[in-house]
Design a protein around this ligand. Structure first.
Ligand SMILES: [Zn+2]
Length: 256
């Protein structure tokens, strides 16, 4: 029988989990969405990519990774079939309960690996509540921001070359490059004005910006940088006492 070694919580026994929580108070929680990602990408793009990054970091840093939360705040994509949309309040409460469970077991330093920008406002609210009530110290990581300088701005949009490249690298059998299209980059924000936005106001295919320039190579480079960046943070977090994080926050992390 081969040695049963996993850093994914759902693949462990409770005895293994007990051993882990005795030694380490860090956990990774990947979160994404199930929403349209253009005619070429799978609906699960955001949680599949977040989970892949989180699992690799967990392995390298010897920390635990949770199974991903696959649904998020995606109502703006609802006109595209297959999109699952959770209300921000339900999303916050559900995420909060997952974090409270981790905190109960002893993992009080939690990195949320977020694959979907639409979740961010809700996650910040959860993180603030957790710090205020000393439930956990949450850091939110959005992988695409760590590789922003590797892609021109028109490739950074929703379902654009950046996300398509990650999918090509991680699971190319799920990508339909024969269906890929480019769309104009939407000019959403006029100075000082905000509008309720449905994705279909801006794009008929679901893609925003350039996607045809995606490649496996670009995906591999971006994945590597995102994983390395997150490893640095996780290793740093392991060393800092929880109380210090609660008292001094980002000032105690000294992350460059
Ligand atoms: Zn996405």
């Amino acid at each position: 029988m081969s040695e049963h070694k996993s850093y994914v919580l759902s693949e462990m026994t409770w005895v293994m989990a007990r051993e882990y929580f005795k030694k380490c108070d860090v956990a990774l929680l990947p979160i994404g969405s199930t929403e349209q990602h253009g005619p070429q990408n799978p609906l699960g793009t955001d949680h599949l990519v977040a989970y892949a990054i989180a699992k690799e970091v967990a392995k390298r840093c010897s920390v635990i990774c949770l199974p991903p939360i696959p649904f998020g705040v995606s109502e703006h994509h609802k006109h595209f079939p297959g999109t699952i949309f959770i209300s921000p309040s339900a999303f916050r409460e559900y995420t909060m309960d997952v974090i409270k469970s981790l905190s109960y077991h002893g993992a009080k330093k939690i990195v949320v690996v977020n694959g979907h920008g639409g979740n961010l406002y809700s996650l910040i609210e959860v993180a603030n509540r957790c710090r205020r009530d000393r439930i956990a110290f949450i850091v939110i990581f959005q992988w695409w921001e760590s590789v922003r300088d590797m892609f021109p701005p028109d490739e950074m949009g929703h379902a654009g070359a950046i996300e398509t490249s990650l999918n090509l690298f991680l699971h190319d059998h799920l990508v339909r490059m024969d269906q890929v299209v480019d769309e104009p980059v939407p000019q959403m924000r006029k100075i000082g004005f905000y509008f309720p936005i449905d994705t279909r106001d801006l794009t008929s295919s679901g893609v925003m910006g350039k996607a045809t320039t995606a490649s496996k190579e670009k995906g591999e480079k971006a994945y590597t940088v995102a994983v390395d960046t997150l490893c640095k943070l996780v290793n740093r977090l392991k060393e800092i006492p929880f109380d210090k994080l609660i008292e001094h926050g980002v000032k105690s992390i000294k992350f460059e």
